[in-house]
Design a binder for this molecule. Sequence first.
Ligand SMILES: Nc1ncnc2c1ncn2[C@@H]1O[C@H](COP(=O)(O)OP(=O)(O)OP(=O)(O)O)[C@@H](O)[C@H]1O
Ligand SMILES: [Mg+2]
Length: 262
Amino acid sequence: MKAQASTQHLIELHGVVKTYSTAAGDFTALKNINLQIGAGEFLGVVGKSGAGKSTLLNMITGVDHLSEGEVIVHANGAPISVHKNKEDEIALWRGQTMGVVFQSFQLLPMLTLVENITLPMDLCGNFNPKQSRQRALELLRLVEIEEHADKLPAYISGGQQQRVAIARALANDPPILIADEPTGSLDSVTAEHIFEVFERLVSEQGKTIVMVTHDESLSTRFSRTMRITDGELETRPLEGKPKSENEAGSNPKRRLSWWRRK
Ligand SMILES: Nc1ncnc2c1ncn2[C@@H]1O[C@H](COP(=O)(O)OP(=O)(O)OP(=O)(O)O)[C@@H](O)[C@H]1O
Ligand SMILES: [Mg+2]
């Protein structure tokens, strides 16, 4: 399960290629991606629709197979080569290591909102089952949707489902958050609230976040911003905020430590 690699980066992509085979022929969506992401970075990835953003995230999380190359993640004490392990092992490892916010949310339709969040907690066992509902409610409160906790996903709006997907990604208190357009369905005020939550997860808790967005105005607020165009990452990173400027104020009311893993 362990990979042989240096430990200076948290996430490493080496020569990653993704080719989709379709009836119309092969299509290469990612072309030789090399990327290193450090612990505590808030990396933004911008690019046009179809540029390869979701595909890139799928390679990092291992929810889809790559065609060439390697992805190594150094988290929870041991470097893991994400695509060189069995799917069930990686699924369990991912549950502990990465919170994933999918562009299409992927909530389970037959479970209530709170159950969608307790399920990954119960599967990974980081939290006592008796605590998991309470924690799930706290996460729903964090994304300002607690009052709908016992509804099914079909009975809330798209933006509300997106916030549940964010709460679910945080359920196991993972060190890494991978978020695909996590504010894409939100109004500007709610999007700003969610983005501030992300900023505080990085500055107060040292989490590492990779976030895809169409919103170029956010570029200056990430600690680093990369652009992807036609499956290629721009080698020169876009401007981002120096890490120190990215840190939130010290107002204790805004701290997130209350919901951390006990
Ligand atoms: N399963 C698939 N089979 C074939 N082609 C695919 C598949 N998934 C994505 N593609 C193609 O790969 C390219 C990159 O897709 P991707 O979903 O990564 O784009 P994106 O940057 O996330 O776009 P958007 O901003 O619209 O979400 C696109 O041209 C898309 O049509
Ligand atoms: Mg996408």
